[in-house]
Design a binder for this molecule. Structure first.
Ligand code: V07
Length: 255
């Protein structure tokens, strides 16, 4: 039993503590709702966009740690279908973040064998945003390391309605019978068709709800909530969430 546990000391940041983490039973797919960026800025008397910019910097650290630990898929909720309701100046700023992030990080992501993937409706994004994200997807499509899945203009109910429409169309065309609708078939029509369901959901900033995020896919996932605001989130919090996941898995006799 003992050899299953390894003291994990970060090579990235010297101020970090050592976490007890098992290098077996790492969650394969981790999904994160990166909440609290606006609040972080407001608390500091800064404009909300300053929080989004700071939140963007956190992603690098988490991607690196996820890759080191052998996580297979990291899904990040970057922009929801509801976020269009925010003030135009904020939306315009948010829509610049994908190209900013990729402009700085794409070379490193390529080097680290990360595969960038998207989930959502890219059609409604501004052309400059689309261009940047499609370029990143194209440039990393042959990579076989960590899948970095950005939920961009994503909403779970919309995703499911779209799946129902596709299935209904096949029935109308006669290529499918309604008896053939199973959860496996439904899943194949979601935007996560090639991905496993998340094993662990992390939400920052103290909100204890799903907010229309991966409602189908999170049916059996472990949830970990923290009051920490996303710009303050770090590798240590991430490792703690994984450690809690592993403790729960052991308690339920899963391993
Ligand atoms: C956004 C920074 C992180 C905190 C949450 C909200 C603000 C990275 C991206 C991104 C998206 C797609 C992609 C590469 C990077 C991003 C938006 C907002 C809209 F292919 N951060 N980030 N996109 N924030």
């Amino acid at each position: 039993m003992l050899e299953k546990f390894t003291k994990w000391k970060s090579s990235l940041s010297s101020q970090e503590g050592t976490e007890n983490i098992e290098l077996v039973n790492i969650p394969k797919h981790i999904a994160i709702i990166m909440d609290g960026n606006g609040r972080w800025a407001q608390q500091k008397g800064l404009p909300r966009i300053a929080g989004h910019r700071e939140g963007m910097k956190v992603i690098n650290k988490i991607v690196r740690r996820a890759n080191e630990l052998g996580v297979e898929v990291l899904t990040l909720y970057a922009f929801s279908t509801e976020n269009w309701k925010r003030p135009k100046t904020e939306v315009d700023y948010l829509m610049k973040l994908p190209e900013r992030f990729l402009g700085m990080e794409l070379p490193k992501l390529k080097e680290e064998n990360v595969k960038v993937r998207l989930m959502g409706s890219p059609e409604d994004l501004p052309d400059h945003t689309k261009k940047a994200v499609y370029h990143a997807v194209e440039e990393t499509k042959h990579n076989n390391g960590l899948i970095l899945n950005f939920a961009l203009n994503y909403g779970s109910r919309f995703e499911m309605i779209e799946a129902i429409k596709k299935i209904t169309k096949q029935i109308e065309e006669g290529s499918l019978r309604s008896e053939e609708i199973t959860d496996e078939l439904f899943e194949q029509h979601l935007m996560t068709a090639e991905l496993s369901d998340p094993d662990l959901l992390i939400r920052t900033s103290g909100e204890i709800r799903l907010s229309n995020f991966m409602l189908w896919q999170l049916a059996y996932s472990e949830f970990w909530f923290t009051d920490v605001l996303w710009p303050d989130f770090n590798e240590q919090h991430f490792t703690e969430a994984i450690a809690v996941y592993q403790k729960r898995a052991r308690r339920y006799g899963g391993v």
